[in-house]
Design a protein around this ligand. Sequence first.
Ligand SMILES: Cc1cc2nc3c(=O)[nH]c(=O)nc-3n(C[C@H](O)[C@H](O)[C@H](O)COP(=O)(O)O)c2cc1C
Length: 354
Amino acid sequence: MAGNSIGELFRVTTFGESHGHGLGAVIDGCPSGITISEDDFVFEMERRRPGTRPFDTPREELDRVEIFCGVFEGKTTGAPLGLLIANRDVDSQPYEILRNLYRPGHADFTYEKKYGHVDPRGGGRSSARETAARVAAGVVARKILEAEGIFIKGFTTALGGIRASKMDRRAAESNAFFCPDPNAVEEMERALQRARDDGDSIGGIAEVRVSGCPTGLGEPVFSRLDADLARALMSVGAVKGVEVGAGFEAAGRLGSENNDPITPSGFASNNAGGILGGISNGDEIVLRAAVKPIPSIAKEQKTIDRQGRPASLKLTGRYDTSAIPRIVPVLEAMVAIVMADHLLRSRSMRVQQF
Ligand SMILES: Cc1cc2nc3c(=O)[nH]c(=O)nc-3n(C[C@H](O)[C@H](O)[C@H](O)COP(=O)(O)O)c2cc1C
């Protein structure tokens, strides 16, 4: 099972399964001299952790990050940085039903066809539990970025068809959905409650913004900054589409409407979402991810068993009603990992003057 790493100079590999001993990340190429302690991970891990909001799965995954290697006297050494997260609240019993049935909308069918087996205890690598390792690696990436004045912030801009129509960053800090429109929060809550009562799930849109990004990050042509960011966001389960700036709306506009006029003091608008030609243009980077509804639902669904016979499935495990808002810190982490990688790559591109 290859494909567990991302990045060139800041290279993150995740490992582990949802119902094994634990999981984690190794960062190869982590710069030396970054001050770091296990406490630095607590805030971000809590933002992703299930069971901290009313509509999350009640699983209690106590996500304490242990720094296994790569740090000496509180600073990174430049050696591979190993981050471990133990699995504590593991209850495989509700997953027994999945030994013989594929979950519609989940990865069981394709994993079995490809690898010849599927981990029925929560889906193994396809479980969202893996995203805890990404969030841990993202904490380190953020340290590199924040030292350069680059900050990443994610929001829920739609949930169950309810859209935020305001971008109030402060408001996003004070509600459980990271929603920047305080007026939309109650309706979002109601949409989640309705879905939950019906034994169903809902999707939405998460937006991630990068502020303070200098001009010049991105390596055309195959490592365009937008291409690498889209790949990183699409690597998160349940993400089914990515937009940069005006995104899909740009397709219906005139060039004269969509171009961002250039003035001596900068761009007059930001339809480009901060990236032109695959290179950051110094403006805020604006990304959006379409998040599908959670596949595990309590409603009866048609499926087949391992022998290919028709069957029906009604799930009773501990599932989220939506990947939103838990996915928001995960998407922030993926953006941080790509941005840190490109920041380091842009430095290595500079010609040394002798
Ligand atoms: C933060 C987060 C939480 C998720 N929680 C669940 C869950 O409780 N139950 C579930 O079936 N899928 C959950 N998912 C979605 C699955 O991981 C995803 O649908 C599955 O891996 C199949 O991948 P695909 O949807 O990209 O095809 C979650 C995803 C994320 C990012």
